[in-house]
Design a protein around this ligand. Structure first.
Ligand code: MG
Ligand code: MG
Length: 264
């Protein structure tokens, strides 16, 4: 059942998303070779708590941390730990904040210096696919229009679209209806109407779309161990427009490797 949000509720989600965006920015400052992923988790958790939020992921169905940190072939839901980042790695940082009873959720994939050109391309195209999906997320369209647009764009490059994991409604619960698949058929699925708030989060693999869940019950990696990328924004649907509620602005300001501008 889709829970529609009032303007007052969306305002709280906006505030939640601001804390989230700034927490991502603090993490971005620290990402470099030699840093452990648990250090990044500590920074995010501290920032969220210092700003009146609660980390949404910590203890969510037993998840142990405030961030999901997924390195290289790990698609999503990786645990922060003692792993030290290395040149050439790519890491997805996914974070959620609960503020005044409402969640926000967003993710960004960072290349470290030394990442291969084909990996940078995977990241660029996955990032672009997120916005191609967002363009279709508008009142009157169907959810299948969003998934279709993302899938058609990335499959042109031979990439695999993960089927087992999808975006989702967000509100008082971190994961609500509707599901937001990154694949689908045009004109099919739930109708998008004013008051819907959901996360769009393409998870795109360099190779096969197939994934494996590790023994820990959480970590999802690609079956062929090729790298994967993941970017996520939350949107609110209005009658005549769509608003992106989350922000990557602080990430882009603070991350030392300006990889998206490297050709300029
Ligand atoms: Mg999400
Ligand atoms: Mg997320």
């Amino acid at each position: 059942m889709v829970v529609y949000k009032s303007e007052e509720e969306i305002q709280i989600i906006r505030e939640s998303a601001q804390i989230l965006g700034r927490a991502h920015g603090e993490v971005a400052k620290r990402i470099k070779p030699g840093v452990t992923t648990q250090e990044l988790d500590r920074i995010a958790e501290e920032f969220i708590k210092d700003h009146g939020g609660i980390p949404s992921f910590k203890d969510y169905h037993g998840f142990p941390s405030s961030l999901c940190i997924s390195v290289n072939e790990v698609v999503v839901h990786g645990f922060p730990g003692k792993y030290e980042l290395r040149e050439g790695d790519v890491l997805s940082v996914d974070c959620g904040v609960q503020f005044k009873g409402f969640h926000s959720d967003s993710a960004y994939t960072y290349p470290l210096v030394g990442a291969k050109p084909e990996v940078l391309l995977l990241l660029e195209r996955t990032y672009e696919s997120l916005f191609i999906g967002i363009q279709q997320a508008k009142s009157g369209n169907r959810m299948g229009d969003v998934g279709f647009a993302i899938q058609t764009f990335v499959e042109k490059f031979g990439y695999g679209v993960v089927r087992e994991l999808v975006g989702h409604g967000v509100g008082r619960e971190l994961h609500e209806d509707p599901e937001v698949p990154n694949f689908g058929k045009r004109g099919k699925g739930v109708k998008l109407t004013a008051g819907m708030v959901f996360a769009i989060e393409p998870m795109i693999n360099m190779g096969t779309k197939n994934v494996i869940q590790e023994q820990d019950g959480w970590t999802i990696r690609t079956k062929d161990r090729k790298p994967s990328a993941h970017f996520e924004h939350m949107v609110a649907i209005y009658k005549d427009r769509t608003e992106i509620l989350t922000t990557h602005e602080y990430i882009e300001q603070n991350y030392s490797y300006q990889w998206r501008n490297r050709r300029q």
